[in-house]
Design a protein around this ligand. Structure first.
Ligand code: AMP
Ligand code: GLY
Length: 435
């Protein structure tokens, strides 16, 4: 058994989040071989990309077995919600393998909005008031909407690729959407149940925790920019940039977050005997200085990871091993005090129609910044090609937010392809919180 010593590691996923995690794992002297499945043109610089379907657990286990992998790190939510961790635990060949990620039951915190809301209610965790409806209770849902004030928040219960949340200003429209979600399966099976909740007015942030199911460490918090257009306009995306730390999340606010949300969440998981090791991502609304949970995710955020990982000074393999072995303690982590600013470059048209296969130039000109690949691939001549909507991002670390923004935009401007787009206002809304 290789635990706590030098080991082979398999990281599952293919986005900027995985490139940022791979970059940190590869720095560890506890990492022998690093495999990334399926990876992208960036993760290839940190280890070996492997062509695996990460939702085919038998294929993943076979690879782990053949390549003497001791630690599996699960990047995205789909394999977690699908039960990859349980699948490893139930397989006698795999029992010694550490898998960083929650059990299928733990992953329900992200996989079912209704489960998450009930969990929060059981543990007195502050969140928006809500009720859940099905096709059978549609009329009650329509009536419930009339008791709320605009805006109306409708959430498909299941995973809907980040598209299952609707926020509407008009009651009639909200009622129509509710009908479509419940009766016409607008989001497929994911909207067979719909959570309707009260609208929370405030400013959002993402809080990250690494837990072994009993103990936890707080990772750096971050803010992401979800809308495609400047000034937070236009369609929702996976995220157009991120900043860490978040200037308005001061000590007092973060203390409330820990006391009212993080600590009761971990205690709740432990009390309910829900096995959970890995990341917990709490999407929060700061409502006049008080934190409310908008959602749980059971993975790291993307592009938050691209500004969070560069600030973690502690050996990541050591942290992950502690999380898997149940030996995390609060002082286990060392954070870089500087500010990280990540600017995402996307393909024109994203999040709707866009072109792929464009040649990217200028990556080698980037200085004193980190470049994380998101949707990229390698072309026949070894060139880097666009291969997704979110293509590549640049993260700068600097003493302050203005300097970090300056450096990341200067470097992002050096990266070019036909049809590149980025928001120019990442982090601007946070400047007013700086003293
Ligand atoms: P989610 O997919 O749950 O992160 O929701 C997508 C976005 O909808 C969030 O990032 C928030 O901006 C917004 N949102 C979700 N729930 C609420 C709420 N109760 N009040 C206000 N905004 C919300
Ligand atoms: N950036 C938000 C997410 O990863 O869900």
């Amino acid at each position: 058994m290789q635990k706590s010593s030098i080991m082979n590691i398999l990281l599952l996923g293919s986005g900027g989040r995985e490139h940022a995690i791979a970059y940190k794992l590869a720095q560890s002297n506890k990492c022998s071989r690093l495999f990334i499945a399926p990876g992208n043109a960036g993760t290839m610089q940190c280890g070996t990309n492997v062509d695996l379907n990460i939702n085919d657990f038998d294929a993943v286990k076979e690879f782990v077995f053949k390549n003497d992998v001791a630690l599996v790190v699960v990047g995205p939510e789909a394999p977690l919600v699908g039960g990859i961790v349980d699948s490893f635990k139930e397989d006698s060949r795999m029992r010694h393998v550490m898998v960083l990620g929650p059990s299928q039951q733990g992953a329900m915190l992200e996989g079912s909005k209704d489960f998450a809301k009930e969990f929060m209610a059981r543990h007195n965790i502050p969140t928006a008031g809500y009720r859940t409806f099905t096709a059978e209770t549609l009329q009650e849902g329509l009536d419930y909407l009339t008791t709320l004030k605009a805006s109306y928040v409708l959430k498909a219960d299941g995973l809907a690729a980040g598209k299952g949340v609707l926020i509407l200003d008009n009651l009639k429209e909200a009622q129509q959407e509710l009908r479509e979600m419940l009766q016409e399966a607008k989001f497929g099976n994911a909207s067979s149940r719909v959570v309707i909740e009260e609208f929370l007015s405030g400013i959002e942030l993402s809080v990250f925790v690494l837990t072994d199911g009993t103990h936890y460490v707080m990772l750096p918090s971050a803010k992401d920019y979800k809308r495609v257009g400047e000034g937070d306009t236009g369609l929702n995306t996976g995220g157009m940039g991120s900043i860490s730390p978040v200037p308005f999340a001061d000590k007092e606010f973060m203390k409330k977050v820990e006391q009212r949300i993080v600590s009761p969440t971990i205690r709740g998981l432990s009390k309910e005997k829900i096995p959970y090791c890995g990341f917990l991502f709490v999407g929060l609304m700061n409502v006049e200085g008080d934190p409310y949970v908008i959602e749980y995710n059971v993975r790291m955020g993307d592009p938050e990871t691209e500004s969070v990982m560069p600030r973690i000074k502690t050996d990541l393999v050591q942290l992950f091993t502690q999380a898997c072995e149940g030996t995390l303690n609060k002082n286990a982590i060392d954070i870089d005090n500087r500010t990280a600013a990540c600017v995402m470059m996307v393909a024109n048209g994203y999040p709707q129609q866009y072109l792929k296969g464009k040649t990217i130039s200028g990556i080698e000109d980037v200085k004193d910044c980190l470049v994380f690949h998101c949707g990229t691939s390698v072309g026949p001549k070894g060139e880097t090609l666009t291969n997704g909507g979110r293509v590549i991002c640049v993260t700068a670390l600097a003493e302050g937010l203005p300097q970090a923004l300056l450096a990341s935009y200067q470097n992002a401007d050096l990266i070019k392809w036909d049809g590149k787009y980025m928001r120019r206002d990442i982090g601007q809304d946070l400047l007013k919180y700086l003293e």
